[in-house]
Write a new protein. Sequence first.
Length: 669
Amino acid sequence: MVKPELGLTRRRVLAAAAAGAVAATVPHPAEADDGSGGSPLSESPSEPTPTPASKATASPAPTPVVTSLGPAVFGAPIVGATVAGNSAFLIMRGLEPATLAEYDLSTGRVVVNHDLPTGLGGAVAVGGAVYAGMYAIADIHRLDRATGQVDHLTRLGNEQYAFDLAASPAGLIYAGTYPGGKVYEIDPTTGGTRDLGEAVPGLRYVRCVAVAGDGTVYAGTGTSARLVTIDPATGAGAQILPAALHGESFVYDVAVSDEHIVAGTEPGGFLAVIDRRDPSRFQVVATGGRTIDAITIDGETAYFTVRPTGTLYACRLDTGELTRLATPVEGQETRGVFVRDGVVHGAAGAGVWWTLADGAVTSVDLADVGLRTAPEPPQSLSSVDGGRVLVGGNFGLQVHDLLRGGSHRIAVDGEPKSMVPARGRTCLAVYPGALVETYDQREDRVAPLATIGGESNRPRAMVTDPAGRVLLVGTRNQYGRSGGALAVVDPRTGRVDRYDDLVADQAVAAVAVDGRTVYAGTEITVDGALPIASEACLVGFDLTRRQVEWTSAPVSGATGYVSLVHHDGLLYAVTVQGVLVVVDPSTRDVVGSARIPTGRPGYLGVRSGVVYAITTDALLRVDPDAAVTPVVSGLAAEWYNEPQFAVDGQTGDVFTVRERDLVRIHIPD
């Protein structure tokens, strides 16, 4: 998850705004570049000499009409949770202002939604008060439970993320951070901080922290899994994770008792039970899952949840014996597990509080009992049969009914990164775990279809062949591991044929298809680590022979391709840096190039025989010589991933996002 701008993970947060639903028809004429665009992801590379970015027309085109359809995707996803007294305290991900909610365990109601003064979300811990560690900027806030007052307590140096917080018996707070991979000590009485340094030199993530009764701090790292003990008095530390687990990407959570340390890993889903007084004595328990995402210890038993199933287990700490207890919320990440008076409680990422008592699970959708919901930054977008538009969010899919009006939300096992219609359903490429799921419009439900497998974790793009016989999914590998795959998925059966590392150390970030040829655009990005490759490229892959036929680097210095589309014999490509290039795939010659004039670049698509591009600011027409003409500007869209759009095949209307709203763009012929 665990790249802060894009990941997934128990305490990661997304930018969001609480825009209200608006239904209005607003004309937006094409506008010139105002100079505010440009990708923030990297510096501009050297590139082919661009052709002009816009072209004059003989007469003004009819003005497109933009209609707001209300917030694109609503939700209340939980990113952190803790229990204090008779209340659970929950931090929402993707709401602005950031929200810290108090849920009364006795009444089953959310009694207050507190605004936090800065930040976009974070983790919580209790040490006499409730503390929230924020993302984007690693601020620490404090909620006085007696007065309800929320104050900014301190900031953790130049760190961006406070991933996890833990309280010591002495009342000090410890925080694990990114990108410095540090542990900070915080004095809540003064707000003073002490930088305890990198947990493991060179590692950028401290993903989890715990504190023992004697004050010893335990820190789990990524993107190479290590578990470190830290003596706060001296700063001295030691690594204690069993060597057999060093190949894991993360120690994802850790809990400690007087006698044991229990650590869970990703992506192998191992549980390490370590003797606290003699760490050379340990047990490693295989769960068969991918991620151990929440652990608590009660007496001689550790309770923990495992993804991707969301299953709750109990582990006897003396024997390592595992017992499967229940699956409280299927397919969900868990933000915290707690035991009170023999009852196990948990917070699911989709905004659900669950309990396990006497073998029975009870769950509550917190949005139904007072938890504040608000628009999220959209993840993906697709239209369905002219009657519905789907927008992906965190652990959810917003289904907009264009015929009847209104929308509703359906749970998804993660973040849909890309969506395409296929064989009467809509297929979703879901992060984390590189899952493929399907939305059935008739049954109005989401169901699993396939898992890409191997090292794949983050879907980057998905298309279908024209007949809808196969899905083509490009992926990026697990955190800290370079490379990715092209997956060929049968949408009927879920069969997966995966082709790893079409280009060494590069992921597949964009995909297009023409008959039996698949075109892939690569990226050099490695989640949580520095890239190994130096330049992204285009790849021709023969779908019959299932082999790479050619590679080409038409944009010198490109770090990745955002989108590809094949149309009328030409291959159109957009790079991360905003360079548009048109290539003749038969010769690999560049026939035109330009710079996308405004906004962060997103997907390409075809409408009425013409190629269009979308950015965070504008919908653009693209001609075969790479000339670019703005059609609608001023979108100011707050996408979480690359901007996307969908075309209604019957009306030709374009659906995309303006700010946080779903909009329909009608382009007169």
